[in-house]
Ligand binder design. Sequence first.
Ligand code: SF4
Ligand code: SF4
Length: 441
Amino acid sequence: MKTVDEINEKIKQGKAVVLTAEEVVRLAKESSPEQIAERVDVVTTGTFAPMCSSGAVINFGHTTPPMRLEKIELSGVEVYGGLAAVDGFLGATQESKADKSFGGAHVIEALIQGKDLYLKASSKGTDCYPGKEFEGYINKDMINDFFLFNPRNAYQNYAAATNSSDQTKYTYMGKLLPHFGNVTYSTSGELSPLLKDPRLMTIGLGTRIFLGGATGYVVWPGTQFRNDIKVNKYGIPVGPSRTLAVIGDARKMNQRYLRAAYFKNYGVTLFVGIGVPIPVLNEEIAYFVSRSNEEIEAEIEDYGLPGRPVIGQVNYARLSSGWLELNGKRVKTSPLSSLLMAREISQVLKVKISSGSFLLTSPVELFHEERTLKQLEKRTCGKELKLDKPCCVDCGACVSVCAFDALNLVDGKFSYVPGKCTNCGECSDVCPLGVELPPSE
Ligand code: SF4
Ligand code: SF4
């Protein structure tokens, strides 16, 4: 048994033994998990794949006169403006109205490169934010904040895709040829971060990671995270399972590890480079980091049929060999994630840790809570939302408009003195929660 603190001490002294996930798989051919746990301190992983559920939070900085940016476009791509004043969220898959092959991912990539982008924003104008229109160029050095916040990255495993129908299918899994013409898949197999710690024994809230060429952090279980998943005889999930929500300073990121892409007739997406260091704390973790492509399997789903039924199971050694046999036919396979880039990321992370410039973190919390995915069902008897009768939260916003001391805060509690009220009406529109003022006794 080791601790993360002990490993960090070794990293600081330049004594930590750091291997990439591929290197530890080779070592495991001649070493037991017990021996690996003794010899190896950290295993570095890597993945570089399309991760649609990605995006960036941008604080544009205030305009003169000040303006609340409500409708925002950056290089013709809509940025969600339903946040305060000059904050926006730019989703990677948001398409430009003018060109569906260009979108949020391209804008994020261009911002990271330092390019000037055209910002167009409008607002209804308020007394505190009188500005109504803004147009001009911005770049990453002119804005206050630019950080990546990706709600669902690094899927633990993902089903391979094929197509039994007689028509080509254009999907986020690439172009699927008719009659089982090909199979695509999208993980880096034995290099993939969550496949190397399948029970998430070391990865959790606050885990420091490589993200897009900079330092990032795991901030939550990613959306669609699920624990109730089928595992194979090696204890590794065979279908879409756990995911990570991650965050990191996009200004420090490198375009090499964040690349915009367009899948024909599907849309825009972002290739994200992620590397997670796994501390080899014990024999069980040593066992999992050592599992090879022969032992890691994925289900194959048929995108040609409704509900995408699972039609088989295959290991990553077979998938990465370039072909597999399906229905008695030799079918070509292709990855959507780049093995070369995943390998590079695991190497870069290894060098960073070995040189002492990247220390490991202990998660503040692990993600072991049971979760299952819900399926939306159409309901016909729903009712439109009606606002509840507003009630006072004792905020005090109304008190200062009353010149007659009829509205007061006493020990932080709102009070109304009817006898002092002249019904002047000054308070009638002041309550932000919609409480009727002056109160009807
Ligand atoms: S009446 Fe409205 S404004 Fe006044 S204290 Fe209550 S919540 Fe605040
Ligand atoms: S209507 Fe009454 S409570 Fe409201 S501001 Fe005037 S005096 Fe004060």
